[in-house]
Design a protein. Structure first.
Length: 627
C-alpha cells in the first residue's frame, strides 16, 4: 500500500525569549482521516541522555506515520539538548525538561489547531510525559514506549552503560556522571534517580498504552494507581527497542511499533471527536484557532551574555536540504568573518555526536562567524534523494549537496568565503569537496577514517585503512607491560602479527608504485599524495585534527608520504593532536578542547591562537611524529 503523502514538516522556535527550543510540526494531508480526528494532536517526548541521538530517525518516522494516519504531530528538543538553547550542565535540568514539554504543548495548540493531546514518550521522555499529563484535562491519552518508570533503576542502567563504554579521557570535574557522551551534574543525577511514576499524585490520563520490549520495572505499581483512578491501561510487547537506540549509523526504525502507536492514537482521537460532536465533552472548537507556523528564527543568549541568531533554512532548488544557521545578531558590528559549513558526522543529525556540532557552531557565532549545521541527503531532517535509501553515511552524489551548501554560504551577507568542517565521514566529504575543486577557502577534517571509500569490499584502499588500524593497535599493544609474554604464551596469535606485518609491507609497495607512476606522469587511482598536491595548488588550507591513537593519522602519514611532509613544512597542511580523546570526543572536556582548536584554526586562518582559547594540551606537529 502506498503511504499517504503528507506536507513537509514545518520547523518553529518556541519557549522563553533568549532560551527557545526548536520544534517540528507534521501536519496531515487535508481532508480524509484528518477531518474525522480533528481536535486531537500528538506530542512526541523523546528520550534523554545517551539514548537520544539514535532515536532521532525513529521519532521523525513516527511523526510522519501519525500525520499519515490523520493526526497533527509535533516533536521537539528539550532545553539544553539538540537544537534547543542551553547546555547539559545548566542548573535544574529536570525542571527545565518538564517546562519544555509544557511550552511545547502551549505552542502546539496554536500551531496544530488542537484542543486536546495524546502524549507519546520514549524511555525517560515517557516519565516526563506522565508527570506533565497527570492532572491535565486536555490530555486524552498517553503512550509510553519502553518507559522509564523508576529513576533509580534507570541510573543503575546508566552506570552499567558507562562502565561498559568508558572513554579514555578523564571526566569533567563539573560533570560527576558522564555516560555515552552525555554529562550530568550531581543535582540532575539525583533528580533523575528520584523519579517514581507510580507515586505521581493526581488523576492520570483516561487512556494509557505501554509498549514494552521487556518487563518494565515499576509497571505493576503504576498499573494499580491507574486502575484505582478509573483509567484504562493497555500493555503491548514490541521488538526493536534496542535497534532504534543504537548509534545513528546502525539504528533501525521499528515499523511495526510505529503502526501500533498510530492505530491506537487514531482510535482514541476518533472516539474523542465523536464524543465532542455528540456534546458529551465540553471542548473548545478547534476551528476557532486555525493552525499557524512558529518563527523559523530566534535569538539565543549564550552563557557569556552574547546574543546570536539561529534559524532553520531549506536550501537547494527543491529546498530539500535542511540546516540550522547560527550567526551574529542583526546589527552587530564587525567585518565579515569566515563562513563555515559543518557536515554530518556519520549518520548523526546536525547536532553532532554528543552535541559537539552545536557547541562549535555557537562558539563560532559568538566570534562573529555565520555557521551552517547541515543535514546531508538522507540524514537528520533532509530527505533522501528519490529512489535512494536514507541513513547512508558515505552516500553517492553527496558532493552535489555540499556544493549547494558552499554556494549558499558564499552568498551569505556576513560570510567571507566558506570553510568546510567535518568529523569522520564529514571529514572525508570536506576533503573530497576540496579535491573536486569546489570553491572552498579551507577545510578542517577531524578524525577521518579513510581517504578513499569503496564500500565494504575486502580489498583496495579500504583494506589499506584496516591494515593501518591493525598496525596502530599492534603498536599500542606492544607498548603495554607483558606484551611479549602474551605472545609467547599464545594469548596473542603470532599469525595475526605476521599478517599485519605482511599487509603493511604490501601497502608500502603499493605506495611506492603510486609514487613511481606519478613521477612519470601516469598517476594511478586512489593516490592521496596527488590529491593533497591538487588541493594545495588551489591555495586551500588543509587542517587535520586527530584524537589520541586515531588510525586516520597513521593513514594520512602513510598515504601522504613526502607530499604531506612538504606541505606541512610550508604551512599548507597542519595537524593538531587532541590527547585524551576518543573518535567522537565522548568526554565533555575532550569536546571543549576540540571546539577550542577548531575555533582557533578558523578564526586565525593558520595556527592555534592563545587569544582564541586553545588549551595548552592540544599539540601541533608538522607531521605528527610517531607516538
Amino acid at each position: 500500500m502506498t503511504p499517504i503523502a503528507v506536507p513537509t514538516p514545518v520547523p518553529g522556535w518556541f519557549g522563553p525569549a533568549g532560551r527557545p527550543a526548536l520544534g517540528w510540526v507534521h501536519r496531515p494531508a487535508p481532508g480524509g482521516n484528518a477531518a474525522a480526528l480533528a481536535g486531537t494532536g500528538v506530542l512526541l517526548c523523546g528520550p534523554l541522555g545517551p539514548e537520544a541521538m539514535g532515536t532521532h530517525r525513529t521519532l521523525r518516522a513516527l511523526a510522519t506515520c501519525l500525520a499519515q494516519a490523520g493526526l497533527p504531530t509535533m516533536r521537539f528538543d528539550y532545553d539544553g539538548t539538540g537544537d534547543a538553547a542551553g547546555d547539559e550542565l545548566d542548573p535544574a535540568r529536570l525542571d527545565a525538561w518538564l517546562r519544555t514539554v509544557r511550552d511545547a504543548m502551549a505552542a502546539g495548540r496554536a500551531r496544530l489547531g488542537v484542543s486536546r493531546w495524546i502524549l507519546v514518550g520514549v524511555r525517560l521522555g515517557a516519565a516526563l510525559a506522565a508527570q506533565v499529563a497527570t492532572g491535565r484535562e486536555d490530555v486524552e491519552g498517553l503512550v509510553a514506549i519502553a518507559p522509564v518508570l523508576s529513576g533509580r533503576a534507570f541510573v543503575r542502567e546508566l552506570r552499567v552503560f558507562a562502565m561498559a563504554g568508558a572513554a579514555r579521557s578523564a571526566p569533567d570535574p563539573r560533570a560527576l556522571h558522564e555516560v555515552g557522551g552525555c554529562a550530568f551534574d550531581e543535582a540532575t543525577w539525583a533528580s533523575i534517580a528520584a523519579i517514581d511514576v507510580a507515586a505521581l499524585q493526581g488523576p492520570p490520563p483516561p487512556r494509557v498504552l505501554v509498549l514494552e520490549p521487556r518487563p518494565t520495572p515499576g509497571l505493576d505499581g503504576w498499573a494499580t494507581r491507574i486502575a484505582q483512578a478509573g483509567a484504562r491501561l493497555e500493555v503491548q510487547s514490541f521488538e526493536g527497542a534496542d535497534a532504534m537506540m543504537r548509534d545513528p549509523h546502525e539504528t533501525e526504525v521499528p515499523q511495526a511499533m510505529l503502526a501500533s502507536v498510530a492505530v491506537w492514537a487514531a482510535g482514541l482521537a476518533a472516539e474523542a471527536a465523536r464524543q465532542e460532536r455528540a456534546g458529551q465533552a465540553a471542548r473548545p472548537d478547534p476551528s476557532r484557532a486555525p493552525p499557524v507556523d512558529g518563527p523559523d528564527a530566534a535569538s539565543l543568549v549564550g552563557p557569556d551574555g552574547v546574543v546570536h541568531l539561529e534559524r532553520v533554512v531549506r536550501i537547494g532548488r527543491d529546498r530539500a536540504l535542511v540546516g540550522v544557521v547560527a550567526e551574529p545578531a542583526e546589527g552587530a558590528g564587525g567585518a565579515r568573518r569566515a563562513g563555515v559549513v559543518i557536515l554530518n558526522a556519520g549518520a548523526a543529525h546536525r547536532v553532532g555526536p554528543s552535541r559537539s556540532t552545536v557547541m562549535l557552531a555557537r562558539r563560532l557565532a559568538a566570534l562573529g562567524h555565520p555557521v551552517l549545521r547541515l543535514d546531508l541527503p538522507g540524514l537528520g531532517d533532509s530527505p533522501a534523494r528519490p529512489g535512494e535509501p536514507d541513513n547512508v553515511v558515505y552516500a553517492p552524489h553527496v558532493l552535489e549537496a555540499v556544493a549547494v551548501a558552499v554556494d549558499w554560504m558564499r552568498a551569505h551577507p556576513r560570510a567571507e568565503g566558506c570553510r568546510l568542517v567535518g568529523l569522520c565521514s564529514g571529514a572525508y566529504n570536506a576533503f573530497k569537496a576540496a579535491v573536486a575543486g569546489l570553491p572552498v577557502d579551507g577545510i578542517v577534517a577531524i578524525n577521518p577514517l579513510t581517504f578513499f571509500w569503496h564500500g565494504d569490499e575486502g580489498d583496495g584502499p579500504d583494506a589499506e585503512h584496516r591494515m593501518i588500524a591493525d598496525a596502530v593497535r599492534l603498536r599500542s599493544a606492544a607498548a603495554k607491560p607483558g606484551a611479549w609474554r602474551r605472545v609467547v604464551s599464545g594469548e596473542v596469535p603470532v599469525a595475526d602479527i605476521l599478517s599485519i606485518v605482511a599487509r603493511r609491507a604490501g601497502g608500502s609497495l603499493v605506495r611506492a608504485r603510486r609514487s613511481l607512476a606519478r613521477s612519470v606522469g601516469r598517476p594511478i587511482g586512489d593516490d592521496l599524495e596527488a590529491e593533497l598536491s591538487a588541493v594545495a595548488r588551489r591555495g586551500v588550507p588543509m587542517h587535520f585534527v586527530f584524537a589520541s591513537d586515531e588510525p586516520g593519522l597513521a593513514l594520512l602519514r602513510f598515504g601522504g608520504g613526502a607530499t604531506m611532509r612538504r606541505l606541512s613544512a610550508r604551512g599548507a597542511l597542519t595537524i593538531d593532536d587532541v590527547p585524551d580523546a576518543d573518535h567522537t570526543f565522548t568526554r565533555r572536556a575532550a569536546r571543549e578542547r576540540l571546539v577550542s582548536v577548531v575555533a582557533a584554526r578558523l578564526g586565525s586562518g593558520s595556527g592555534p591562537s592563545a587569544a582564541a582559547g586553545t588549551p595548552a594540551d592540544v599539540r601541533e606537529s608538522a607531521f605528527a611524529a610517531e607516538r
